[in-house]
Design a protein around this ligand. Structure first.
Ligand SMILES: Cc1cc2nc3c(=O)[nH]c(=O)nc-3n(C[C@H](O)[C@H](O)[C@H](O)COP(=O)(O)O)c2cc1C
Length: 172
C-alpha cells in the first residue's frame, strides 16, 4: 500500500492516543501531531487519518486549523477517528461534522470513520468521578484494529478501481 500518515491530538487522558497508535500500527503509518506536520510534505502521502478527542462538540482546533492550511488534496483518501465522552447524536452532537466538511472542501475522498467512548472528567462528569472509566479499553482497541484493516482494504479497492479506469481510458 502507499504511504500513510495518522495525525492526532489527545490532550485529556490519552484516550485517543491509544486508538491512534493501534491504527497506525496496522497501517504501518507515520504517526504525528499537527505541530509536527509540514503541510508541504503531506501531499506525499496517499492515505491520511485525522483524529482527536472531542472537545466542545468537535475535533481539536489544532487539527481543524491544520486541515484549513492544506492545499488541494484531490485524489487523496482520508479517514476520521475520535474518542468522546458521549455518543454521536445526529444534528445535536454530530462531532465529526466540522472535520468531515473541511476535509471534503480540501478534496479528500473520506473512506471511513471510527469513534468510541473515552474516559472524561470534564465538568459536570468530574462531580461523579468521571464517566467511561478505563476507556478506550481492550474492546475499543480491537474495534480500532478492525477499522484500520478495513481502511486498508477500502484504500486498495479504491486505488485498483482508479487504476482500472485510467487503463480503460488510455486504451480507448
Ligand atoms: C475541554 C473538554 C471538552 C469536552 N467536550 C466534549 C464534548 O463536547 N462531547 C463529548 O462527548 N465529550 C467531550 N469531552 C470528553 C472527551 O471527548 C473525551 O474524554 C475524550 O476521550 C478525550 O480524548 P483524549 O484523552 O484523547 O484527549 C470533553 C473533554 C474536555 C477536556
Amino acid at each position: 500500500m502507499g504511504r500513510v500518515m495518522v495525525i492526532y491530538v489527545s490532550i485529556h487522558h490519552g484516550n485517543t492516543e491509544r486508538v491512534a497508535k493501534v491504527i497506525a500500527k496496522v497501517l504501518g503509518a507515520t504517526l504525528a501531531k499537527p505541530s509536527e506536520v509540514s503541510v508541504e510534505t503531506l501531499s506525499e502521502y496517499d492515505l491520511m487519518g485525522f483524529g482527536s478527542g472531542v472537545y466542545y462538540g468537535r475535533h481539536h482546533k489544532s487539527l481543524l486549523d491544520l486541515v484549513d492550511k492544506l492545499p488541494d488534496m484531490r485524489g487523496k483518501r482520508a479517514f476520521i477517528f475520535s474518542t468522546s465522552g458521549l455518543r454521536r447524536i445526529p444534528f445535536i452532537h454530530d462531532f465529526s461534522k466540522q472535520l468531515r466538511k473541511k476535509l471534503e472542501e480540501r478534496g479528500f475522498e473520506i473512506i471511513g470513520e471510527f469513534s468510541c467512548r473515552g474516559f472524561t472528567t470534564h465538568w459536570p462528569f468530574n462531580l461523579i468521578g468521571g464517566i467511561n472509566k478505563g476507556r478506550s479499553n481492550e474492546e475499543d482497541l480491537k474495534r480500532a484494529e478492525a477499522f484500520a484493516r478495513e481502511m486498508r482494504n477500502r484504500f486498495r479497492r479504491s486505488r485498483a478501481c482508479r487504476l482500472w479506469l485510467v487503463a480503460m481510458g488510455s486504451s480507448m
